[in-house]
Design a protein around this ligand. Sequence first.
Ligand code: BES
Ligand code: ZN
Ligand code: ZN
Length: 525
Amino acid sequence: MKVVTESLFQLPEVEVSEKKMKVPATLIGVFQDEIKDSPYIKEISRKFPIYDRLEKAGFKGKEGDFFDIDISPDERIAFVGLGKKDEKNPIKKENIRRASALGLVNLRSKGFDTVQILGFENYEREALEGAFLGLYEFRKYKDTREQKSKEKGSNDETESEKKKDIKKIYLITDRKINNLVSYVRILCEAQNFARDIVNEPGNVINPLTLSEIASAIAEKYGLGCEIFDIEEIKKMGMGGVVAVGQGSAIPPKFVHLWWKPDKKPKDKVAFIGKAITFDSGGLSLKPQQSMVTMKLDKSGACSVLAAMKVIAQIKPDIEVHGIFAACENMPSGTAQRPDDIIKAMDGKTIEVVNTDAEGRLTLVDAIIFASRLGVSKIVDLATLTGACMVALGEYTAGVMGNSEDFAWFITNLGRELGEKMWILPFDKDLDEKLKSDFAFIKNVGDGYGGAITAGMFMAKFVPENIEWVHIDIAGPAFVTKKIGYFYAKGGTGFGVRTLVELTRKIEEGEYQKQKNNKKQKSNKN
Ligand code: BES
Ligand code: ZN
Ligand code: ZN
């Protein structure tokens, strides 16, 4: 595979303008029941009976509402509903992302390559996120545009039209937002890059090729990088990584990237991603249907890689480490067996009861490695358990850890950014499920609370002085049907935005501030 460091999907160019443009297609965002308040619609009404037409079409500005019409032979206007105006609710922002994506994807399918968007004032960030993430497609092995126009049974002439991309967006607003536009562009490009890598199958992305991508990113963006091969992994005592990787013909790679500011860093954090390039289950082989999509099991690492790429560009005053242990979980004559007892990097013994609970075995070695770098905080992203999807549905990540403050901080941040998360509680009474007759701990519980026991397993390897949050992204890392602004099936790049924003918040001292406030409050009580 050619080693890539950017998404194959070209983002449209964005130009911010205070004045409306004369372009063939216009997208207007309208809040629910505020059609009469829109100055843009009022302007159109002076030369076209637009109120009447909107009413006939039943367009009210509700979420999911879309209506488009030619108001003159060379002017198509599309309206998209933004839902109720309620600025405090984070879900409100999600409506904006979805509306922008819906409008642009529809206009693209009608062959427009240049669109101006109006009515998204104060929500420009979300409008752009909807555009950049919503228009994304993975076309490396199949041009989805061709497919879509064929499905619609269109004739040859319009087919070439429909293969067009949206190449240019004029964002109409009087706010000065050029920096914001560049930032959102970097962020969404990185998220789309993560999606590209997740979408690559196991015959393309394996521990070796994934580590090559990491090293190319480090090289291009100026990150520190060290990649350990199997001999070094063994020497460091990473028994979990060795055991999970030993069934594959392609040996594991342990990847460590870092960003260090020139000044003394304000804080040091580590981001860890699960990096199973394919999860067959190992000797505890998955049933046939469950194995399909298991190329997704490297999603955590892909998001960490993408976040590191952004961090290298925004250069925060904190030290950030990006870490993953890339392994392929395969059954073979050299694979680890159920009953095997292995030793993690800190010397603790683990009885492997189920080789399909492999992620946690690799993650604990990564956590121990990270904890020796002098970091105060660790966040891991992992497609860890099907149980998390049972608990929260496919679209919400499960958040756990040893610090409730940190876990809530991340959860609230993620939700603001359109990355849905919710806390799952550790429970001391579940501890006994992980007790082994032969080792310090075993790698699976009895099935109940499977997402939580997976988190509690990992917690046993986290030093007490480090704030650690684990985000189980088994559901939201990958979509098998269109949802929200994820029109393209496959990897979503879940977690990229949260990790990057978290870095910025920690840099700005926001998390510390919140913690101090809470302490002061509880001291008063
Ligand atoms: N990679 C899977 C988890 C997963 C399942 C991610 C479905 C995305 C969608 C993980 O390694 C796994 O197999 N977990 C097992 C754990 C069990 C053996 C305790 C599971 O969830 O069934
Ligand atoms: Zn597994
Ligand atoms: Zn897995």
